[in-house]
Write a protein that binds this ligand. Structure first.
Ligand code: S3P
Length: 502
């Protein structure tokens, strides 16, 4: 029986526990229709990945060659990955029904949807990008019956650690080989101080067992390295802690969690402190369901955008794109390189800045990227390095230490990607130095993608404008963040095809 939407809200408030923690309420009461059972039955109209299927479908090797005609067209890219994860999570922690439009339906976000359902929220897909989440209230999630498989997604795993840490339940999280290799101590260390207990493999790696607490201490934490994931994990834990959670970040990172917390009714303050910020959150708010419109993902748009800059005579417009100032470091770099990029129709939508971006082919010059820019473009370095390979002069991308612990070692992977295609490249400490060719590099390489979607897409964009086609060993992981990438690019005139075919 579907939950009655009228009159449910007040009856949904989760019961309080003696220790200040909150207990999930097993049933809802609708004042007109009596009790509404919360039975956790699957309600999704499309199948989600199950705990057993930790490896996404393999698409195999893919080859990118120079297109027969200049790339041209107006497109929209899939919804923002960071905002999509958070919309599902906050929806699950709110009272009432959250409607989401433009949700990214990539593997990573579908893992979060499956996890929130396993934790007792109702998660329903109504149509492409249109989802509903009926939440259980702050502290109201239930113990999952099985292992939570977060696939390839570090964001899903780390943010979920924050949520689980302050729920009185036991859960085990795992992921694919890439995620199982990624460090988790950056979140489990602060969350342990809130009273949660974690047991993982060497280095705190997944599989990770979590014993959350229903009686959490509010944290006061200075994030040692700029990381929106760590900041968000601490804030999510703070939702079900008594008192004020305070997070200090040395450099400002994407603020989607703060924006969305406010949007769902939490009391959040943000103060600027030099290059950083201090964020406070008042614990145990009653989050209220709120509709979320997810803008296009600037990190995904980076690939067609850079393709437009590199393929002769190309011109591409990407509409409805998220332009949150904490995500636009790549645009700053490309503009410094002399790229022909124009923003039109800038507006606010759903609490985030959005606009339409047009990129046109042109000559690029080298760029020197300061380390302080890293948080605003952390996922865009591989594609920036590709642009730098075509530029005249030597580019230096500074302070890329954290790239070593992304879906793969992206610093080494990016250098190898370029070297395999005739570009001179060096790693100097934490800096990447790219000696631009001032035109199309040789290409012709076979690139190892190491289960990393962004390395795969970067190499394919290189292949669209290099002198000889570029092949990636496995394009399957592109689906984690950019489902439909190949069809979208080919619709613009690109020639991406299974390796071995024309
Ligand atoms: C993300 C934060 C970034 C980014 C990731 C998404 C987020 O990671 O690389 O793809 O949604 O908070 P870090 O915060 O660890 O740098």
């Amino acid at each position: 029986m579907p939950p009655c939407r009228s009159g449910v809200k007040s009856a949904l408030a989760p019961a309080r526990r003696g220790g200040g923690g909150r207990r999930p309420s097993p049933s809802r009461q609708c004042h007109r229709h009596g009790p509404v059972r919360r039975d956790n039955r699957p309600r999704m109209t499309r199948s989600l990945p199950t705990a057993a299927s930790s490896v996404p479908p393999v698409a195999g090797a893919l080859r990118a060659a120079a297109p027969a005609r200049p790339l041209a067209g107006r497109i929209a890219v899939p919804g923002d990955k960071s905002i999509s994860h958070r919309a599902l999570m906050f929806g699950a922690l709110a009272i009432g029904e959250t409607r989401i439009t433009g949700l990214l339906e990539g593997e990573d976000v579908l893992r979060t949807a499956a996890a929130m359902r396993a934790l007792g929220a109702e998660v329903t897909q109504d149509g492409p990008g249109a989802w509903r989440v009926s939440g259980r209230g702050v502290g109201g999630l239930v113990e999952p019956a099985d292992v939570l498989d977060m696939g390839n997604s570090g964001t899903a795993a780390r943010l979920l650690c924050g949520i689980l840490a302050t729920h009185p339940l036991f859960a085990v999280m795992t992921g694919d080989a890439s995620l199982r290799g990624r460090p988790m101590r950056r979140v489990t260390d602060p969350l342990s101080a809130a009273g949660a207990r974690f047991a993982g493999r060497e280095g705190g790696r997944l599989p990770l067992a979590v014993e959350g607490t229903g009686d959490a201490l509010a944290l006061d934490y200075r994030v040692p390295v700029p990381s929106a994931q760590v900041k968000s994990a601490v804030l999510l834990a703070g939702l079900n802690a008594r008192g004020i959670t305070r997070v200090e970040e040395p450099e400002a990172t994407r603020d989607h969690s703060e924006n969305m917390l406010r949007h769902f009714g939490a009391t959040v303050t943000v103060e600027t402190e030099g290059a950083g910020r201090v964020i406070t959150l008042a614990g145990q708010p009653e989050l209220r369901a709120a509709d979320v419109v997810v803008p296009g993902d600037p990190s995904s748009a980076a690939f067609p955008l850079v393709a437009a800059l590199l393929v002769p005579d190309a011109e591409i417009t990407i509409a409805g794109l998220g332009l949150n100032p904490l995500r636009t470091g790549l645009l700053t770099c490309l503009q410094e390189m002399g790229a022909d990029i124009a923003v039109a129709n800038a507006r606010m939508a759903g609490g985030e800045k959005v606009g339409d971006l047009t990129g046109r082919f042109g000559l690029l010059r080298a760029v020197d990227v300061p380390p302080a820019r890293a948080p605003s473009m952390i996922d865009e370095y591989p594609i920036l390095a590709v642009a730098a390979a075509f530029a005249s002069g030597t580019s230096r991308l500074r302070g890329l230490k954290d790239l070593r612990v992304k879906e793969s070692d992206r610093l080494a992977g990016t250098a190898a990607l370029l070297a395999a295609n005739g570009v001179r490249v060096e790693i100097d400490g934490d800096d990447l130095i790219v000696h631009g060719t001032g035109g199309p590099p040789a290409g012709g390489g076979l690139v190892a993608t190491h289960m990393d979607h962004r390395l795969a897409m970067s190499a394919l964009v290189l292949g669209l404008a290099a002198a000889a086609p570029v092949t990636v060993d496995d394009a399957g992981f592109i689906d984690t963040s950019f489902p439909g990438f190949v069809a979208l690019m080919n619709g613009l005139g690109a020639s991406l095809a299974p390796a071995g075919r024309g």
